[in-house]
Design a protein around this ligand. Structure first.
Ligand SMILES: Cc1cc2nc3c(=O)[nH]c(=O)nc-3n(C[C@H](O)[C@H](O)[C@H](O)COP(=O)(O)O)c2cc1C
Length: 205
């Protein structure tokens, strides 16, 4: 497992240990109860007005849906996504009804769906599963393949599985997986009462 970055050490374990895994075990099958726990986590995320404006597609490796997803992947994701046990695809409900009324709040729908995805990632990490969110696919083709109506929009996919054997992986995947994980310093985004003026934090990075 990738060593946690020093600044993440103090966080709760599921947040500390979550990182995007690129080398998955291509033989590992997700247990049904684990998969369903991930859906429970996605279900219990908070959302504006409790609207729960998300839809999740469950695509286990080997299924027809998974095969079609693989055809939509961007070049950079082709070498690693297929080995994950399953891909879960999240779509946000961007209109209030199928007629397209209430299309004025797509940002909140995407935000809420992101919270649902974050809950899923954290629960998966707590279960010891490896995850990797990704947006590198042809969204139009994927929406067609999954029958996503136009009042929903695909926002993210999450590969889930078990970590794979690094010694059997290509150099490129090892390099991608071992790339140093970095973050902007707090001062770049945590402000006090004025945009751009850093919150007076005791944290230095
Ligand atoms: C919306 C979204 C889209 C992403 N798309 C891709 C992708 O297409 N391919 C990829 O390898 N990683 C993708 N990532 C993973 C990010 O690169 C990764 O989360 C980021 O580098 C931080 O690393 P960490 O997840 O290990 O903390 C995506 C992450 C998110 C949240």
């Amino acid at each position: 497992m990738t060593t946690p970055h020093p600044s993440v050490e103090g966080l709760t374990p599921a947040l500390r240990d979550r990182h995007s895994v690129t080398i998955f075990d291509p033989a590992y099958e997700l247990r049904r109860d684990d998969l369903e726990r991930l859906l429970r986590a996605a279900q219990w995320a908070p959302s504006g007005g409790n609207t729960q404006p998300w839809a999740w597609f469950v695509l286990p490796r080997g299924s027809e849906g998974h095969r079609r997803l693989l055809e939509t992947l961007s070049d950079g994701n082709v070498p690693w996504v297929p080995a994950a046990s399953a891909v879960l695809v999240a779509a946000a409900q961007i209109a209030t009804d199928p007629d397209g009324n209430g299309r004025d709040r797509p940002l909140t729908a995407a935000f809420d769906t992101g919270l649902s995805a974050a809950s899923l990632l954290i629960e998966a990490t707590a279960l010891g599963l490896a995850t990797h969110p990704f947006g590198g696919y042809n969204a139009g083709e994927l929406a067609l393949a999954l029958g996503v109506p136009d009042w929903f929009q695909i926002v993210c996919a999450v590969a889930v599985g078990a970590p794979g054997d690094v010694s059997a992986a290509t150099d490129a995947l090892v390099e991608k997986q071992n790339r140093p994980r970095t973050r902007k310093p707090l001062a770049a985004f945590a402000f006090g009462d004025r945009f751009g003026v850093p919150y007076d934090s005791t944290l230095t990075d």
